[in-house]
Design a protein. Structure first.
Length: 182
């Protein structure tokens, strides 16, 4: 079975992205099948630089494959194993992940994009959402708080693991048959 891991960086910082990809491959000792790159220039992206995505396709770890064969692990995907990365596909994947979660954590959501859509999807499903919006995502984080999201940092601006654990404990536990995915 082939698995996919995607790394995001910027075209003006390729060496940092190369280091991250190569470090992940070395530390996880995966058997790489292929690596592909995609470059996009978005209107609201960084000035003079495009987003660079590296996608690593690798063989699954033997322990995971064995657990799958024994029926102890289930992998769910709405995509074919050979499907190429796409923005609509990533949004669909995030919505599916949020649907299966009790709690969703969103870090620095932009005014548009996948993080914001995932948080909204989770809130629409009455899921607990923890949000952090320092710097770029502050306004969006406040808007999500207005819809019921919980701020990751306390009023003092410090991280509180208790705050996250309380949100997790308060998140409703519903059997899957009582949850609508979409």
């Amino acid at each position: 079975m082939i698995f996919v891991k995607t790394f995001k960086g910027y075209e003006d910082k390729t060496s940092e992205l190369d280091d991250a990809v190569n470090g992940w491959i070395a530390s996880n000792r995966v058997e790489v099948e292929a690596i592909s790159t995609v470059l996009s220039h978005e209107v609201e992206g960084r000035a003079g630089s495009g987003d660079l995505l590296y996608t690593v396709m690798y063989r699954g770890p033997k322990a995971l494959l064995s657990a799958m064969e024994d029926g102890d692990v289930l992998l769910v995907s709405e995509f074919s194993p050979d499907a190429k990365w796409s923005t609509p596909g990533a949004l669909t994947r995030n919505a599916t992940i949020a649907a299966f979660c009790r709690l969703v954590c969103v870090i620095e959501p932009g005014e548009t994009g996948g993080s914001l859509r995932t948080a909204r999807h989770a809130l629409d499903q009455m899921k607990h959402v923890v949000v952090h919006g320092r710097r770029k995502g502050e306004g969006t984080a406040k808007a999500l708080e207005g819809r019921g999201a919980i701020r990751l940092l306390g009023d003092d601006g410090r991280f509180s693991d208790r705050r996250v654990l309380d949100a997790w404990a308060a998140a409703p536990r519903r059997p899957v048959e009582q949850s609508d995915l979409f």
